[in-house]
Design a protein around this ligand. Sequence first.
Ligand code: CP
Ligand code: NVA
Length: 305
Amino acid sequence: MTTKDLISIHDLSIEEINEIFALAASLKASDHKPLLAGKSLAMVFEKPSTRTRVSFEVGMYQLGGNTVHLSPNAVQLGQRESIADVAGTLSRYVDGVMLRTYRHDDIVEFAKYASVPVINGLSDLLHPCQALTDIFTVKEKKNDLKQVKFAYIGDGNNVCHSLMLAAAKVGMNLTIATPRRYEPKAMIVKQALDDGKASGVEIDILNDPVIAAKDADVIYTDVWASMGQETETKARKAAFANFQVNSQLVGLAKKDVIVMHCLPAHRGLEITGEVIDGSNSVVFDQAENRLHVQKAILALLLGGK
Ligand code: CP
Ligand code: NVA
């Protein structure tokens, strides 16, 4: 990898994405390799996490390294001390830092002052490790990404943004259906369309879940209210009422459609229990792959492999 950090998929080349996927597949298929023996990763969390924390922690362990978990009130980025001072300090102790923050710019600023690799473990804007894992999972299930019709139904949020940027790089056609006023941010749409020129991808953004789901190979959804948007929950429930991924909607897709969700899920809201627990759902394969894909990212960024 030529990039120091993983903050946005927009910063990666298709060669780097393929390198991550190839290493992830080989790590998944083999016994644990001590590629990061003696190395440490600090993990700074401003928001809760299950999958990101555990998969990074176990991933570092399996690579022969270790992690230091910093909970929301431990660091208090920019409050207890400046982001630059935290970045400068942690860079003297550890070989890489993963951050989960509210403000995306905090991760960008941290990376500017950190001399070690910085990995975005979710911000309000992006969730690159999730989207790389998701594309890796689609590739495992469907082989040729260029033949896939991927439908994202729900909020134009951090996960949607990173999926757009990833789809644009790998050339996977993507249709997004959100309620009006919940579309992905224009700045990310522009980046994805620009990146998509090289891969020849089609990205459609609609307000109709039925059109998006029709003949889809993949249906993907995420929560209607993300972490930090709890006060909007009620208004969002009303706005997203027609965007639930249920059996009726899944019935419009191809017979062998796979249903994806980054989790945590709210059964009965964005997805029904029947669908998430049904035979088309791959949500736990997806969750497992966080481990393999992030081990590849860690090995490439922290180990110079
Ligand atoms: N999908 C995901 O990032 O899960 P967590 O919020 O539990 O880490
Ligand atoms: N969009 C969700 C993803 C959680 C992994 C959130 O930001 O809360």
